[in-house]
Write a protein that binds this ligand. Structure first.
Ligand SMILES: Nc1ncnc2c1ncn2[C@@H]1O[C@H](COP(=O)(O)OP(=O)(O)OP(=O)(O)O)[C@@H](O)[C@H]1O
Ligand SMILES: [Mg+2]
Length: 377
C-alpha cells in the first residue's frame, strides 16, 4: 500500500461517502394548502452517490440550481438530510450540533465561493486563523507555538512572508489573497477533506489558476480529499481527477475526468462541454431547438418523470419519459458511467443500426445542439 510521505495515510483511501443522499426543502405552505393534503417540496438533491478519496479531487459540475451547493452543505452537515447516509471512513454520521459538529468539522472543512463574505471584516487575519487553530486544538501550548502554527498556515497557502499578512484586515487583501486566507483557516482544523463550493468563480480570471494550483498542491502534500464544485466543466478537466455531472438534483454521469470530458456519454454532459466555458449558456443554446422544456432547468417542485433531462434532451426516447434511468457502464474506461437509457443494452438492441440511440452516438447530440448556432453567441 502506498503511504503519503507527509501524513503517513494510505493514498486513495475513501474518506467521505454519500449514499443515496437526498434533500427535499419543504415549500412554505399557504393557507389554502391547509385544505388539500399535498406537501410540496423542492427536490433539490435526490439519491446522490459520491465518494471522496484521499489525494484526489472530485469535481461536481452542473448548471445553476442543479443542487451542487446543497450536496456540499449536506456533506458538511450544515443541513439535516431527508434520506440517505453520509459515511466518514465507513462510519455512518449524524451530527446534531455542538461538540459533534466540531468533531466532524475537524475532519471535513468547507470553503465558500465568496471569501469576503466568509471572513469577518472587523477582525484581522491573525484573529481568523487563531480562532480556527484554537477551536480545533491545533494552537499549541505557548505563544511561540501559536505563532509558529500561524506562520505555517500562511506559508502553506503561499502568503509569505507571513508577518506581512497576519495583522491585516480582510479588506486590505485582494480577492485571491482572501481566498487563500479562507483556505488557510480551513487547514487550521487539519482536515482530511475539503469541500470547495465554487472556490474561484468570484475571483479574477487571471488569478483563478493560482488558487486552483494551490489546492492541487495541498491535495498532494497533505493528501487531502477535495470536492471541487464548479459550473465550468473545462476547469474540472484541468483540475479534477474524477468528475461527476449533476442535473436537476440527480447525478447523470461520472468517471475519471478525462473520460467524462473527452468522451462524454450523457446528452447533458455533451451540451455542457459544447457550451464551455460557460455552461449556463446551455439554456440559450437549446432555445427553440428543443423548446419542449423552454430550455430552462425544470421545476424541482414537480420534477419531470423518468429522466429529468428528457424535456430538453434531443435524443429522448419514449422510455425516458417514464423510466428513471439507472447507472449504466459506458465500457470505455472502468468506472465511467451514465444514467441514460441510450446505454442500455435493451435500447441498443431495439434500435436499427446507425440510428441515434444505437450505442455511442454522441455526434448526433452535438448536431442537435449546434442546430441554432446563432443562439449560442
Ligand atoms: N434553503 C433552501 N430552501 C429551499 N430551497 C432551497 C434551499 N437551498 C437551495 N434550495 C433550492 O434547491 C435547488 C438547488 O440549489 P443549490 O443552491 O444546491 O444549487 P447549485 O447547483 O449550487 O446552484 P448555483 O450554481 O447557482 O450555486 C434550487 O432549486 C434552490 O432554489
Ligand atoms: Mg451553489
Amino acid at each position: 500500500m502506498m503511504l503519503n510521505p507527509e501524513t503517513g495515510a494510505p493514498a486513495n483511501e475513501v474518506v467521505l461517502e454519500a449514499i443515496g443522499l437526498t434533500k427535499h426543502f419543504p415549500v412554505r405552505r399557504k393557507l389554502r394548502d391547509l385544505f388539500n393534503r399535498t406537501h410540496d417540496a423542492v427536490h433539490a438533491v435526490d439519491d446522490v452517490h459520491l465518494t471522496l478519496r484521499r489525494g484526489r479531487v472530485t469535481a461536481l459540475v452542473g448548471e445553476s440550481g442543479s443542487g451542487k451547493s446543497t450536496v456540499a452543505r449536506l456533506l458538511a452537515q450544515l443541513y439535516p438530510r431527508t434520506a440517505g447516509d453520509i459515511q466518514l471512513h465507513g462510519q455512518s454520521t449524524k451530527v446534531k450540533g455542538g461538540r459533534q459538529f466540531r468533531q466532524y468539522a475537524a475532519r471535513v472543512q468547507m470553503i465558500f465561493q465568496d471569501p469576503f463574505a466568509s471572513l469577518n471584516p472587523v477582525h484581522t487575519i491573525r484573529y481568523h486563523l487563531t480562532r480556527s487553530l484554537k477551536i480545533h486544538h491545533n494552537a499549541g501550548n505557548s505563544a511561540e507555538e501559536l505563532e509558529a502554527a500561524l506562520n505555517n498556515l500562511l506559508t502553506r497557502v503561499s502568503l509569505t512572508p507571513p508577518e506581512r499578512y497576519l495583522d491585516k484586515f480582510p479588506h486590505e487583501l485582494s480577492g485571491g489573497q482572501r481566498q487563500r486566507v479562507a483556505i488557510a483557516r480551513a487547514l487550521g482544523a487539519d482536515p482530511e477533506a475539503l469541500l470547495a463550493d465554487e472556490p474561484v468563480s468570484m475571483l479574477d480570471v487571471s488569478i483563478r489558476l493560482g488558487v486552483l494550483n494551490l489546492l492541487r498542491d495541498l491535495k498532494e502534500r497533505l493528501n487531502l480529499a477535495i470536492l471541487y464544485i464548479t459550473h465550468d466543466i473545462a476547469s474540472a478537466r484541468y483540475f479534477a481527477d474524477d468528475t461527476m455531472v449533476m442535473y436537476a438534483g440527480r447525478m447523470v454521469e461520472g468517471g475519471d475526468s478525462e473520460s467524462v470530458t473527452q468522451s462524454p456519454a450523457h446528452p447533458y454532459t455533451r451540451l455542457l462541454i459544447d457550451s464551455a466555458p460557460d455552461p449556463d449558456r446551455i439554456a440559450n443554446m437549446l432555445g427553440d431547438a428543443a423548446d419542449r422544456g423552454n430550455g430552462e432547468p425544470p421545476s424541482l417542485i414537480k420534477p419531470p418523470s423518468g429522466c429529468r433531462f428528457h424535456p430538453r434532451c434531443p435524443m429522448a426516447m419514449p422510455r425516458c419519459h417514464t423510466d428513471l434511468p439507472v447507472r449504466l457502464e459506458i465500457g470505455d474506461k472502468p468506472g465511467h458511467w451514465a444514467a441514460c437509457w441510450l446505454y442500455d443494452e435493451a435500447t441498443v438492441a431495439a434500435q436499427p443500426p446507425g440510428s441515434a440511440a444505437a450505442g455511442h452516438s454522441p455526434e448526433a447530440v452535438t448536431v442537435a445542439a449546434d442546430a441554432h448556432p446563432e443562439e449560442v453567441r
